[in-house]
Design a protein around this ligand. Structure first.
Ligand SMILES: NC(=O)c1ccc[n+]([C@@H]2O[C@H](COP(=O)([O-])OP(=O)(O)OC[C@H]3O[C@@H](n4cnc5c(N)ncnc54)[C@H](OP(=O)(O)O)[C@@H]3O)[C@@H](O)[C@H]2O)c1
Length: 271
């Protein structure tokens, strides 16, 4: 699934292209699934300029030389993708391979937000704003694993999932004001003033993965962290919650749903 120009979801098209030829150090991955990430919208609109034509898909789960693998790569919305072998790690053994496509970008972002930036630990009072999203699902579980007391914002459609992921308290962001008194805040949603100032006032450490305020970061690829997350998943300490499984050919529809605010959690796309 490629774009040849920037624009609305209609610019996403299915192209027949030759199977990629792996270069030195690359592995050919037969794709089991990729997953949707909101940054794909920015790429498609031209806000994150790239070479065209561009094959979407930053997460992959698939098989390479008979091994089940996952990774944060490029051009995974395809039947096959060539990726640096060093960017691939063994997939969790305990979940369906296609579901594992939900892990890399969302999981790494949550990992770095929770452990590196918020430095979550036992007893920390943590607010996770936007827990119903793909990053939020991992962030809640990793913060609980670290021993934090988690208050999570989630609307009615996400509340049950977020509670099952371990959130101690849920605040419906469509109906209730944010409570006060946290040691750290993770902001995982797009916010504008005055909400930014409100969030900055809720705790001494405020981490934002969207709009730059407080501690802002862009997640990096880190296969060691990805492997640690896979181990937690196989140990049953973290679940991978899939809100939707769609055919890859419906990628444009998934973009439309995301832009209309109709997506929650993680959606995986199967070629
Ligand atoms: N800095 C980085 O490296 C990095 C990496 C990954 C993602 N991001 C960015 O981080 C954001 C989250 O990514 P994602 O994949 O988790 O997105 P997502 O899955 O698209 O998040 C959607 C969720 O956002 C929640 N939401 C929307 N408005 C909200 C509000 N006002 N208050 C609380 N929750 C609200 C909704 O929750 P309900 O279902 O509860 O309504 C929805 O489930 C995106 O903007 C993405 O571009 C940044």
């Amino acid at each position: 699934m490629r774009i040849h120009r920037y624009g609305d979801p209609g610019v996403i098209q299915a192209d027949d292209v030759p199977r990629p030829e792996p270069g030195p150090g690359d592995a050919l991955v037969k794709v089991a699934a990729t997953s949707f990430n909101p940054s794909d919208l920015g790429v498609r609109r031209g806000l994150l300029p790239t070479d065209l034509p561009f094959t979407l898909g930053g997460d992959v789960a698939g098989t390479a030389e008979g091994e089940r693998v996952i990774g944060r790569i490029v051009a995974a919305s395809a039947d096959y993708v060539s990726a640096p072998a060093q960017d691939l790690v063994p997939a969790p053994a305990t979940i369906p391979l296609a579901h594992a496509a939900a892990i890399p970008i969302a999981g790494l972002t949550a990992w770095q937000a929770v452990f590196e930036h918020a430095k979550a630990g036992p007893g920390m009072r943590l607010l996770i704003n936007g827990a119903g999203g793909g990053v939020g699902g991992f962030a809640v579980q990793l913060a609980k694993y670290a021993g934090a007391h988690v208050t999570a914002t989630a609307s009615a459609r996400s509340a049950a999932t977020v509670r099952a992921q371990g959130a101690d308290e849920i605040v419906d962001h469509t109906r209730e004001p944010l409570p006060q008194g946290f040691d750290a805040v993770l902001n995982l949603v797009h916010v504008e003033p005055p909400a930014i100032d409100e969030l900055l006032g809720l705790g001494p450490v405020v981490v934002s993965i969207t709009v730059p305020f407080g501690i802002h970061f862009v997640a990096r690829n880190d296969t060691r962290q990805l492997s640690e997350l896979v181990a937690l998943i196989d140990a049953g300490a973290v679940t991978v919650d899939i809100a939707g499984v769609r055919p890859l050919t419906e990628l444009a529809d998934v973009h439309r749903a995301a832009e209309a605010g109709r997506l929650r959690g993680k959606t995986v796309l199967v070629p």
